[in-house]
Write a protein that binds this ligand. Structure first.
Ligand code: BGC
Length: 568
């Protein structure tokens, strides 16, 4: 089914290029839902290895692997039992090495997810802490406190965890431990030198195995001010106020990343890192992206924007300026494993016909989304807008982080029965949040067969019938498919990404964005519904049909060196 431009067997030698990440296209693999080689219903490393030719044909520069560590999956693998091993349900360390070799041989770099804010409650250190007395060295690696109330029967503070429910859980001897997420995810104490040293060991462990970088989970959470009395907070993640939050985005956190930077720089090329950091302001986010720190930070601004020209232009302009000032490059994200897929977000219409971004409850809680009511979803329109937004995203300076399945134009799966759901956000917030399972349903590779080619067994989350039409097999054969649009865009993007700036060309229309890169590449997006005249130039790619004019909700790319207008 893959008619690759490069033979699958040809091995590529990765150049030593310290800047490879600045304009890279990074493809996020959520391993348990990508491809299942052993037919047990859960995606695995062998499955990823088998799909390396697919990733190469897609044209991505790097893969970011969500957690693959041993885990009871209380939070989709973000509850880690052992930071230096592979979950036996997914594979082995030897298979991990094989996967790195296969990706590198295909010219694809690999970034792994690192989860330093909390471990799982099955981690050897947490088990040791439970068995040890209050005040012991074992407890000091986590955040244990005595309770309040007459007999310590009340938690140390009234904090609610990010997934709902109390952020403190009591252990049999009466103490309480802090968990900002589920109770199976106890928070580490980053004032403890053993914790710091253990993460240094982990960073070297994976760097020595050839990984090219790290995605740092909850990067803004490690440094905490737990000076007593602990303050009362209505919401932990209230990052909007002017004051300091005791739990998030504290200045001291950057000492940790300066320390990590020294480790990254021990390698050639230096290992890279990208922070998941939710901060009060965009300029505080860029502190994580400093070359003396992690080097790059996720910018989730587009992911939270309406599909409209004005917010897109403001976000793009501001983030390019911030990136330049910080010495980093910016990042762009439209979908990931925590949010509703972007065709669905853009297909939810409200009364005035504009995309409803109200599904994002507050910026800092973007992963806790309400469901997508089927009767309010215009699937075709959502996909049309998503393709247009993606083509604009891919024309921008900086790196683009894509989420598995977005290259197929997958919508969120809304039809998952309650009894099949897995996300703790659903269980801890029942009735309020539908959770993130809808974007984590195993990928459809074939239009028929068991689990649509995901594996020979079932799929660990139910796949809907409409997956058939969105399968890799179906889209591979259709030149107008979203898959073939992504392939062509990623191929052209390698020509387009030669510098890190752009200029806006005024169009006289407030629903049209026209940008030009210094090398002459242009991208024009019509966010509105009325057609607009085509600009001069050689159109080499379009997110939808173009004939005579530029239809609504469509993006075109214009290549340098040609002035004839016309359809792609
Ligand atoms: C990850 C989520 C995870 C949470 C706790 C987030 O930033 O992206 O998937 O549930 O951290 O680890």
């Amino acid at each position: 089914m893959n008619t690759s431009l490069v033979p699958d067997t040809e091995t590529v030698t990765l150049l030593i290029d310290a800047d490879w990440w600045r304009q890279a296209t990074v493809y996020q693999v959520y391993p348990r839902s990508f491809a299942d080689a052993n037919g047990d219903g859960i995606g695995d490393l062998r499955g990823i290895i088998s799909r390396v030719p697919y990733l190469r044909r897609l044209g991505v520069d790097a893969v970011w692997l969500s957690p693959f560590y041993p885990s009871a999956l209380a939070d989709g693998g973000y509850d880690v039992d052992d930071y230096r091993d592979v979950d036996p349900k997914i594979g082995t360390l030897a298979e991990f090495d094989e996967m790195v070799t296969a990706l590198h041989g295909a010219g694809i770099r690999i970034i792994v997810d690192i989860v330093p804010n909390h471990s799982s409650d099955r981690h050897a250190w947490f088990q040791e802490a439970l068995a040890a007395p209050a005040g012991s060295a074992a407890r000091d690696r986590y955040i244990f406190r005595d309770g309040t109330g007459e007999n310590g029967e009340l938690p140390p503070a009234d904090w609610q965890s990010i997934f709902g429910g109390p952020a403190w859980t009591r252990v049999p001897d009466g103490q309480w431990y802090l968990h900002l997420f589920t109770k199976e995810q106890p928070d580490f104490n980053w004032d403890n030198e053993e914790v710091r040293e253990d993460f240094r060991t982990t960073l070297r462990f994976w760097s020595d195995r050839g990984v090219d970088g790290f995605r740092v989970d909850v990067a803004h959470g490690l440094a905490k001010d737990l000076t007593e009395p602990l303050p009362s907070m209505s919401t932990l993640m209230d990052l909007t106020g002017p004051g300091e939050n005791p739990l998030f985005d504290r200045d001291e956190v950057h000492d940790i990343y300066a320390d990590w930077r020294r480790i990254f720089d021990e390698y050639t090329p230096p290992r890279i890192a990208v922070a998941e950091a939710w901060t009060r302001t965009a300029d505080r986010r860029m502190r994580y992206a400093s070359p003396e720190g992690l080097g790059q930070a996720f910018n989730f601004d587009l992911l939270q924007a309406d599909f409209a020209a004005a917010p897109f232009r403001t976000i793009i302009t501001e983030n390019l300026a911030l990136a330049e000032a910080s010495g980093s490059s910016t990042t762009w994200v439209l979908s990931n494993h925590d949010v509703q897929r972007h065709p669905t977000r853009y297909g939810l219409t409200d009364a005035d016909g504009s995309a409803d971004s109200g599904i994002m409850q507050v910026a800092s809680k973007a992963w806790l989304l309400a469901g997508a009511p089927e009767d309010e979803l215009d699937r075709a329109r959502g996909l049309r807008r998503a393709r247009a937004a993606t083509l604009l995203e891919l024309a921008l300076p900086g790196s683009a982080y894509l989420y598995q399945g977005e290259e197929l134009g997958l919508h969120e799966v809304t039809e998952i029965p309650d009894e099949d759901r897995q996300d703790p956000a659903f269980f801890r917030n029942k009735g309020v949040e539908i959770g993130r399972d809808g974007c984590r349903v195993p990928l459809p590779w074939t239009h028929a067969g068991p689990s649509f080619g995901f594996g020979d067994g079932g799929a660990h989350l139910p796949q809907p019938a409409w997956f058939a039409d969105f399968s890799v097999e179906a889209e591979d054969a259709d030149p107008t498919s979203t898959l073939n649009l992504y392939r062509e865009a990623l191929r052209l993007r390698h020509e387009l990404q030669t510098d890190e700036s752009l200029e806006w060309i005024e169009t006289g229309r407030d629903d049209v964005l026209h940008l030009r890169r210094p090398n002459g590449w242009e991208s024009v997006t019509n966010f509105g519904t009325d057609p607009v005249a085509l600009p001069p130039g050689r159109i080499v790619l379009a997110s939808g049909p173009v004939a005579g004019d530029l239809p609504g909700e469509t993006t075109i790319w214009i290549a340098p060196g040609g002035d004839e207008g016309g359809a792609a």
